[in-house]
Design a protein around this ligand. Structure first.
Ligand SMILES: Cc1ncc(COP(=O)(O)O)c(C=O)c1O
Length: 374
């Protein structure tokens, strides 16, 4: 009932999955639904992605995998980083696919699989080819694969890496990472290992670096219809944004010339101005700073400036001399059509203004905002 909500268009998610599937075939798509599907709702997005042809899911946390299993999803679920070994019993109990990159974890995982009476439990080995976040050094790839193979409870199902500059497809760094990774895969095969799922690409790799597609692509941001970065924007024109952030005007008044507005009275009106109050703020994921960087919203199909700092639960909008009424629709992110007027504000626009990426904007829309699935 709150006058601020997010609408998630699952048909857009499905469209984006089908689009990328066609681009990357014969590689398959696994949908990255960590962080509550980048703020879109993990369970509904996972269902939509699987129905549109994704063959697996990826999460960051064991709890995220458990949420999907509790909802009845049976597709493979890869945990993208090594989990704390205390969680391995839960991993196995929920049939989640763990990632490993050190020996202690392999031993602990084998014990968890043994306790659960499992044999050939699928495991993915992550290699750090240059991003230097997580993963085994390339020279340790074979030794770790041997350690996995030494346990009948485990099976090396996959090997993967992650590109640091996938959103700059022409960067030499991508070639270096791919060459290092190919050497590791070749060495694994030469040592008698047969990982069936070899993967590298995220969205930007899937779209812009054909050599990174391999057996599957881990599709995140593009599934939500947002660009991975400006360097691949030209490849994203057919994606459909899935999320819009909407509200209704909660209060309207005229503020006199010379008056300031919001905390600090940092915006002062030159003329008497109609001001609409919109009932969401930084506790909902609208950064306080959006005022300082020229943030706008749509009301009546027209862009209007946010005036005064965004407060915790409310923000104010300059409506000039226009007629605006309590209950009018406000679009913060998304498209609005009003009579002959139509305009769109994308998460990418906020990202450019705020010096960040669309990922952070979308993930930042807080749990206080209910997600609707029309
Ligand atoms: C290891 C890994 N693979 C794939 C993805 C998906 O990336 P994107 O959202 O850019 O498609 C992520 C997301 O951060 C990731 O950490």
């Amino acid at each position: 009932m709150r006058w601020a909500w997010a609408e998630v268009n699952l048909e857009a998610v499905a469209h984006n999955v089908r689009l990328i599937r066609d681009v990357v075939a014969p590689s398959v798509v696994w949908a990255v639904v960590k962080a509550d599907a980048y703020g879109h709702g993990a369970v509904p997005v996972a269902r939509a992605a699987l129905s549109a042809g994704a063959e697996g899911l990826c999460v960051a946390l064991v709890s995220e995998g458990i949420e999907l299993r509790a909802a009845g999803l049976t597709a493979p679920i890869l945990i993208l980083s090594q989990s704390p070994s205390e969680e391995f019993d839960l991993v196995v109990a929920h049939q989640l696919t763990p990632t490993v990159y050190c020996r202690e974890s392999i031993e602990a995982l084998a014990q968890a699989a043994a306790r659960a009476g499992q044999a050939d439990y699928p495991v993915h080995l992550k290699i750090d080819t240059g991003m230097h976040r997580v993963g085994a050094a390339p020279e340790h790839g074979v030794e770790l694969a041997d350690a996995i193979a030494a346990h009948p409870q485990l099976e090396l199902q996959g090997v993967f890496t992650h590109l640091a500059l996938a959103d700059q497809p022409d960067s030499a760094s991508n070639g270096r990472q791919l060459a290092l990774f190919n050497d590791v895969v070749d060495a694994l095969i030469a040592a008698g290992h047969e990982p069936t799922l070899v993967h590298v690409a995220n969205s930007a790799g899937a779209l812009g670096i054909a050599a990174s597609r391999r057996g599957l692509v881990r599709l995140g941001i593009a599934m939500y219809g947002a660009e991975p970065g400006p360097g691949v924007a030209a490849l994203c024109t057919e994606l459909r944004p899935a999320l819009s952030l909407r509200a209704k005007v909660s209060f309207v008044k005229t503020v006199a010339a010379g008056e300031g507005i919001s905390y600090g009275l940092r915006h002062v009106f030159a003329d008497a101005t109609t001001v609409a109050t919109v009932p969401l703020g930084y506790a909902d994921g609208v950064p306080r700073r959006l005022f300082d960087v020229g943030g706008e919203v749509l009301i009546g199909g027209v862009r209007r400036r946010i005036v005064g700092v965004v407060t915790m639960d409310q923000l104010m909008v300059d409506c000039g001399n226009d007629m605006v009424s309590v209950g009018d629709e406000v679009v913060l992110i998304g498209r609005q059509t009003h009579e002959a007027l139509t305009d769109e504000i994308r998460a990418e626009e906020w990202a450019v203004r705020l010096g960040t990426i669309a990922y952070e904007i979308l993930c930042g829309i807080s749990r206080r905002i209910e997600r609707h699935y029309p």
